[in-house]
Design a binder for this molecule. Structure first.
Ligand code: SAH
Length: 416
C-alpha cells in the first residue's frame, strides 16, 4: 500500500485512495491528513478566513425532507417570517461589522409572493450596503432551494448583475437510492434527484457562484457514497462546498434510524472536509455550523482541516430557536458563542486572519470565468507557525461580550 505521506502529496486521487483517506481513524494519520489539507488551503487560497453572516429569515417550508427539523409536517414548530426591514437591517449590521458577505437562508417556497419578496430584499441590500470600506457593496449568498431558471435569473439581476451572487444548494447525497429514502415518493416531485441536478445547472446558467454539498454520516451512507459525493462535486464543477455532519432532529422523521456517535462522526466530517480540499483544491469550503453541535470548537477544527469560510449566525435572536434543523444547534441560546470578536480571536489563535470587508469569492469561480485572481497574500508569521500546530485548538473563549446581532434595535440606531 502507498505510504500515507506519499499519498498525501498526490494531486489526483483514485477512488480507492479517497475512500482510504475518508476512513482514517488513527490520530496520527488524521493529523497528517489535516496538515496536508491545511497547507494546501493556505498555499492556494492564503491565510484569510471569510465570514458570511447567515440570516435564517423564515422556517416556513413546503418540503418534508425526512431529516430536517423544519420540515412541513413538523407540527411542534412556531412558524415565522422576518419582515423585509428586519432582513435588510441584519445585512446592514453584518456590513457595519465588516462582514463582506451575507447569506439569506429559509425553508423552501416557490410561490410568487415569496419570489418577489426575495427579489426586493436583494435589491434593498445591494442598495443599502455601499460604503467607503465596501465600495462594491455586499456579496449575497442565497440558500433558498430549488427554483426555476427564470427565478434564479430574476434574483441575480436584482443584484445588478454583478459577480457578487452565490447560491448554496446542497445535493444532500449523490446516491440516488439514499436520496429517495430521505425524500420519499409522495413528494418526489418537490425534491427529486434529477430536478436537483437540473437546478444546480440552472444556477450556473444564471451566473451564480454555485455551491453544493451534502450531509456526512447519514444512516446507511458508506465511505464509497462520500467518495461519490466528491466525484459529483467535481463533475458539476462546484465553486463552493457546504458540508456538515448529519445530526438527528426530534422534529424530523428519522429518529428510528439513529445517528453516528459524536466523536467518530466529527472525525468523519473533518476527514471529508480535508479530502474535499485535496480533491477540489481551489473551491471555497465552509466550516458548517453543525460541526459546532458536536464539539464547541467544531468550526475551528473545520478550518484546521481545510475550510476557509465560516457563517456566523446573525439571525435576530428572538426567532433563532424556531430554526432548528437538527438537535443541539448552537448559537440559539443567550451565550455569546457567535460573537464575531470572540470568533476572530479563535481564528487568530490558529494563525489565520479574517478577510474583513472582502467578498472572498471562490478562486475556482474566478478562474472558471477568466476573471483576475487576487494575488495570494504572503502568509503571516503566525500562519507559518501554525503549520506545526496540532488540531488541539484552544477552547478558551475571548472576553464575554454580548452579541450585537442579538439586538437589532441597536444595529438600527447605529446605521442611522
Ligand atoms: N431549503 C433550503 C435550505 C434550508 S436547509 C434548501 O433546501 O437548500 C439547509 C441545509 O440544512 C440542508 O441542505 C441540509 O443539508 C441541512 N440539514 C437539514 N437537516 C439536517 C440535519 N438533521 N442534520 C444536518 N444537516 C441538516
Amino acid at each position: 500500500m502507498t505510504p500515507l505521506a506519499v499519498l498525501l502529496r498526490q494531486e489526483a486521487f483514485a477512488d480507492a485512495d479517497i475512500i482510504r483517506l475518508l476512513g482514517l481513524t488513527d490520530p496520527s494519520d488524521c493529523e497528517r491528513l489535516r496538515r496536508a489539507a491545511y497547507d494546501l488551503t493556505t498555499g492556494i487560497i492564503g491565510d484569510k478566513v471569510h465570514y458570511r453572516g447567515i440570516v435564517e429569515f423564515s422556517n416556513r417550508c413546503t418540503l418534508n425532507c425526512r431529516y430536517c427539523g423544519i420540515r412541513r409536517d413538523n407540527p411542534t414548530l412556531d412558524r415565522y417570517q422576518l419582515s423585509m426591514a428586519e432582513i435588510v437591517e441584519s445585512a446592514v449590521w453584518a456590513a457595519e461589522n465588516r462582514y463582506g458577505s451575507v447569506c439569506l437562508q429559509a425553508g423552501e417556497r416557490r410561490d410568487w409572493p415569496f419570489i418577489d419578496f426575495v427579489t426586493e430584499c436583494i435589491r434593498l441590500i445591494r442598495a443599502r450596503i455601499v460604503s467607503a470600506t465596501q465600495p462594491d457593496g455586499a456579496s449575497i449568498t442565497l440558500s433558498l432551494g430549488e427554483q426555476t431558471l427564470d427565478t434564479y435569473r430574476r434574483w441575480r439581476e436584482a443584484a445588478g448583475g454583478a459577480d457578487c451572487m452565490r447560491y448554496l444548494l446542497r445535493m444532500e447525497t449523490s446516491n440516488p437510492a439514499l436520496f429517495a429514502h430521505l425524500h420519499p415518493g409522495g413528494f418526489a416531485h418537490e425534491k427529486g434527484y434529477a430536478a436537483r441536478i437540473q437546478a444546480l445547472e440552472n444556477l450556473r446558467t444564471a451566473g451564480f457562484q454555485v455551491g453544493t454539498g451534502g450531509m456526512i454520516g447519514l444512516p446507511g451512507q458508506t465511505l464509497a457514497d462520500l467518495c461519490a459525493d466528491l466525484r459529483f462535486y467535481q463533475r458539476i464543477d462546484a465553486d463552493m462546498l457546504g458540508m456538515g455532519p448529519y445530526i438527528l432532529s426530534q422534529g424530523a422523521d428519522m429518529g428510528a434510524e439513529g445517528m453516528m456517535e459524536p466523536a467518530p462522526l466529527l472525525q468523519r466530517a473533518l476527514n471529508m472536509l480535508a479530502v474535499a480540499r485535496l480533491v477540489l483544491r481551489d473551491v471555497n469550503i465552509a466550516a458548517a455550523t453543525a460541526l459546532q453541535a458536536l464539539a464547541a470548537d467544531g468550526r475551528e477544527r473545520g478550518i484546521a482541516y481545510g475550510c476557509n469560510i465560516v457563517m456566523p449566525n446573525i439571525t435576530p435572536r428572538a426567532v433563532r430557536k424556531a430554526y432548528q434543523l437538527y438537535d443541539n444547534k448552537p448559537c440559539i441560546d443567550d451565550q455569546p458563542t457567535d460573537c464575531s470578536a470572540c470568533l476572530e480571536g479563535r481564528i487568530r489563535s490558529m494563525g489565520r486572519r479574517v478577510g474583513w470587508d472582502e467578498w472572498g469569492c471562490s478562486r475556482h469561480f474566478r478562474r472558471r470565468l477568466g476573471l483576475a485572481l487576487p494575488d495570494r497574500p504572503s502568509l503571516s508569521a503566525e500562519t507559518q507557525a501554525a503549520k506545526s500546530v496540532h488540531v488541539g485548538i484552544p477552547l478558551r473563549r475571548g472576553p464575554a461580550r454580548t452579541d450585537p446581532a442579538a439586538d437589532l434595535t441597536s444595529a438600527t440606531d447605529r446605521s442611522r
